[in-house]
Design a protein around this ligand. Sequence first.
Ligand SMILES: Nc1ncnc2c1ncn2[C@@H]1O[C@H](COP(=O)(O)OP(=O)(O)OP(=O)(O)O)[C@@H](O)[C@H]1O
Ligand SMILES: [Mg+2]
Length: 297
Amino acid sequence: MQEHAPHTPPQMTKEQQQARLDSIKKTWEQRRQISRQLGKIKTKIGVYSGKGGVGKTTVSVNLAVYLAHKGYTVGLLDADIDCPNVTKVMGIVNRPEYVEGRLNPAESYGVKVISMSFFQEKEDEAIIWRGPMVHNAINQFIQMTNWGDLDFLLVDLPPGTSDAPLTVMQVLSLDGFVMVTTPQKLAALDARRSINMVRKMNVDVLGIVENFSGEVFGSGAGEALAKDLELPYLGALELRAAYRDDSMPSVLAVSDIMDEYDAIWDRLKPVMSAVNKLPEQRDAAPEATPAPKEPTA
Ligand SMILES: Nc1ncnc2c1ncn2[C@@H]1O[C@H](COP(=O)(O)OP(=O)(O)OP(=O)(O)O)[C@@H](O)[C@H]1O
Ligand SMILES: [Mg+2]
C-alpha cells in the first residue's frame, strides 16, 4: 500500500497541495492578526443566555457603562450579527471611522462600541448570514477593529447554540461568561443548556444574573440555578419601567439600578480575582492572548 505524508489526503496534485498549504497559512495569518488585535485587551467577558429576549443586550450595555464609570477602559462588541441593537441602546448615531482598512470604534458614555449594525444599510433590514458567512463575518469584524488598550471587552452574544455564538466563542478566546436568566422556569432550563455548552467549550462561567426579577415574574430562579450548578450567583436586576427611557443607559439614570450593578460587581470582582482575570492582575502579563504558533508544513 502506498504511504502518504500525515494529514495529506491521497491523490492530491502538487497544485492542490500548494493551495491547501496556502489556505492553512492564510487561516493562521488571520488568527495571528486577531490575537495581535486582541492582545491589548486584558479581560474579555461574554454576556450570554440560551433564550432570546432575557436582557443580554441590556446587561452588556449597562455593565460596560458601569465599568467605564468605575474608571476602567471598556469596549463593547455587539456580536449579535442577526439582530444587532447595541448602538440603538447606546444612542450611537455616527458610524465608526474606517481608516486604511481598519475600524476605529464609535464611543458613547466612555465605552468603545463596534456593532454589526454599522454595516447595515437600513435599520430595519434583516441580516441573513449562513454557515461559512457567519464565520467569515465574525472573523473579519474582529480582525478589522482597532480596540487599542482595553481593560475590559464585553461581548453581547446572540442567543442560542447555533453557529454564530459558537464562532464568537471560538474566535475570541473569552475569559469568562456572565449568564443572564429570568425568574421563569423555562428560561432556567434554557440557561442550564447553554451553561453546559459553555462548559464544553472550556470557558469559565463567572456567574449568573437574574433579570426581570420582582413581583411580576417572581424571583429566586437564578439563585436556585446557580446553587444547583455550583456557580456564583451575581445578583438580581428588577423589572422596571425605567428601562423604557432610552435617552441614557439606565444604570446612569436610576440610582437603584446603579445599586444593583454595585452589588453584581461586588460579587463578580472576587470571582474574577480568584482566577486571575481582573485587569489589574494582568498588568504584569501583557501577553494575555498569546499568538498561536504557525503549523509546520
Ligand atoms: N430589568 C428590566 N426591566 C424592564 N425591561 C427590561 C429589563 N431588562 C431588559 N428589558 C427590556 O426587555 C427587552 C429585551 O431586552 P434585551 O434586548 O436586552 O434582551 P436580549 O436578551 O438582548 O434579546 P435578544 O435575545 O433578542 O438579543 C428590551 O426592550 C429591554 O429594554
Ligand atoms: Mg440582544
